[in-house]
Design a protein around this ligand. Structure first.
Ligand SMILES: [Zn+2]
Length: 136
């Protein structure tokens, strides 16, 4: 998948921004760059998961997760990658989510973010988690 640093300006596709809206990237990970790790509260993860159930910018194929293959020992992730919440399983990697934040900021994340958080311990930026926590 295309890599973008967390909180960099979004530019993956020609954009749907509205006036005074700033789209920022979150969760566009790639094996070439390290990512922050840490626990994400269950409630916050649930809000993230719910948003990934209704993606935007869906594409026909699935982006694959390569992190499992890089683990020691390698434990390749399923294709497409799954994310689970209780009895629900979501296949992710074929869309994006938008999370409106403060001051005209909107976060743009791939749906793979659910899988990255759950399976690989990715910890998204604090301000993004804060928005989900408060306005999820
Ligand atoms: Zn994975």
């Amino acid at each position: 998948m295309t890599y973008f640093a967390d909180l960099s300006p979004y530019g993956y596709r020609v954009v749907e921004t509205r006036f005074n809206e700033r789209l920022l990237n979150v969760g566009w990970l790639d094996a070439s760059a390290p990512f922050s790790k840490g626990p994400v509260e269950h409630d916050v993860f649930e809000r993230l998961f719910r948003r990934c159930e209704k993606p935007v910018n869906r594409c026909r194929g699935f982006h694959h997760c390569l992190y499992g293959s890089l683990e020691s020992p390698p434990s390749p992730c399923s294709i497409p990658a799954p994310s689970t919440l209780g009895p629900w399983t979501l296949v992710v990697g074929n869309g994006e989510i938008r999370v409106p934040g403060q001051n005209g900021i909107v976060y743009a994340a791939p749906t793979l973010i659910c899988h990255y958080v759950q399976r690989h311990g990715y910890c998204p930026p604090a301000e993004f988690l804060e928005v989900l926590r408060n306005y999820g």
